[in-house]
Design a protein around this ligand. Structure first.
Ligand SMILES: [Zn+2]
Length: 445
């Protein structure tokens, strides 16, 4: 079975998506070569992350150089060299070398002898060395000697994902072409083209998710598309894509966002429970939620939301974004997320800590808005014991000095400190929360 990644592999330079600068430079080089009858440079280095088209481009370039009508950026597709380039395994004039498995000194020596051999029937013999950074130092030395004085019939196309690991001596002998991560919009458009060509129906928004999962790699996106088409029995449905990719259902993300914005803490916990039962990938959920929050903020701003409301949303989002590091560091992602969401939902209702320390109550200059919609709260996971099991209220001993708000507060803080002493993340969270709250009150003064 032919995979989509193979079937829709780019065949000419203009098929390459998202590599405009490199495509343009190579096209110009081939155009000049057609005029002069020979390519000016004999060594190229394609550098960039995996799945961005380096090996495909190397094969396209080999074909473009060897076409009987070439060198040309538009090979004829009819001549023997063009046909032969479709089967690089059987084409003696296109030599593909995986540096990871051919890194020894003996391999390098063999290559030095091999490059002296003239092409079998093409204009050039093209050596494509993949993952070139994997070569040993001796192998690099041998390669350098070849690149210093290449025979006129030899072309070298090196590819690497780790440009920094390629010696400078090699880099100075080659033309370097960067291969960048492909923007998600371009991947989505290509996926749509593939689906249209294959007669596959797609649901709105579904291909965007597949494109995002590709993380800048067209090959990965096409492989994922193969998978979701199989799962959807020839259709690409958003719910199936989410299920296949472990992305939480859109209505859950929307639900959490709405609960957060309305300050409905019980609903936040309900949604988190439901996500846990779905086996949600919490990092993935967090990313989705932040993107949804961002979209909400953008649409609010564009539709003329009042300044103080924009400010409130920005503060809330800023607070949440900063929780991402806690999520990365924690072995309890659900707890971190619940804590962050509950705190964020309460941000507008909280008084600054310094006001509490000063007077035990908010001051007149820093009014605290009345609590927002607050349904009765209960801990779903660990329900509170019935009231009769609660310890009796503390009795103030007559021998103790009369309690002032200040020393009452000191006692309160001391016990809190004891509780959070073993939780550095929590300490940081509280500190940041305090800063956020102070910020909000200063802004609204
Ligand atoms: Zn041709």
């Amino acid at each position: 079975m032919t995979t989509l990644a193979l079937k829709y592999r780019p065949r000419i330079l203009s098929d390459l998506v998202g590599q405009t600068a490199s495509v343009k430079a190579l096209t110009n080089a081939l155009t000049r070569a057609k005029t002069s009858g020979a390519i000016h440079h004999q060594a190229f280095l394609f550098a960039g992350v995996r799945g961005t088209g380096k090996t495909s481009t190397a094969r396209i370039l080999a074909r473009a150089l060897n076409c009987t009508e070439g060198p040309t950026h538009m090979p004829c597709d009819n001549c023997d060299p063009c046909h032969a380039s479709e089967q690089p395994d059987r084409n003696m004039d296109i030599v593909e070398i995986d540096a990871a498995s051919r890194a020894s000194v003996e391999d390098a020596r063999a290559l030095r002898e091999q490059v002296q051999t003239r092409p079998a029937f093409c204009r050039y013999r093209v050596y494509i060395i993949d993952e070139v950074h994997m070569l040993s130092r001796q192998a690099f030395d041998a390669l350098l000697k070849i690149l210093e004085e290449p025979p006129p019939h030899a072309i070298f196309i090196l590819a690497t994902t780790e440009l920094q690991d390629v010696p400078d001596t090699i880099k100075s002998r080659v033309q370097i072409f960067p291969f960048r991560l492909i923007p998600v919009g371009l991947i989505e458009a290509r996926l749509q083209y593939v689906c249209d060509s294959e007669g596959v129906t797609t649901e709105a928004g579904s291909l965007r998710l597949v494109a995002e999962a590709g993380q800048g790699s067209m090959r990965d996106a096409l492989t994922t598309l193969d998978r979701v088409i199989s799962a959807g029995d020839g259709k690409v449905l958003e719910s199936l894509v989410r299920e296949q990719l472990g992305i939480v259902p859109a209505m859950r993300v929307k639900g959490v966002l709405e609960s957060l914005l309305s300050g409905d803490t019980t609903s936040i916990l309900d949604h988190c429970e439901a996500l846990a039962s779905l086996g949600a990938d919490w990092a993935n959920f967090w990313k989705e939620l932040m993107l949804a929050f961002r979209d909400h903020l953008e649409s609010g701003t564009r539709s003329g939301l009042q300044t103080h409301e924009i400010l409130r949303l920005s503060r809330m989002m800023s607070f949440l974004i900063q929780r991402e590091r806690d999520l990365r560091d924690s072995s309890l992602p659900q707890v971190v997320i619940e804590l962050a969401l509950l705190t964020a939902a309460q941000l507008p209702n909280l008084a600054p800590l310094d006001a509490l320390v000063r007077g035990g109550a908010p001051s007149a200059t820093q009014p605290v808005p009345p609590p927002r919609h607050q349904p009765p709260q209960q801990n779903l996971r660990y329900p509170s014991p019935p009231p009769q099991h609660l310890p009796p209220p503390p009795v103030v001993q007559p021998s103790l000095p009369p309690q002032t708000p200040a020393n009452h507060k000191d006692k309160h803080i001391k016990s809190e400190e004891e509780l959070i002493a073993q939780e550095p993340n929590l300490q940081r969270l509280l500190k940041d929360t305090e800063a956020e709250i102070t910020g909000i009150h200063n802004e609204t003064k």
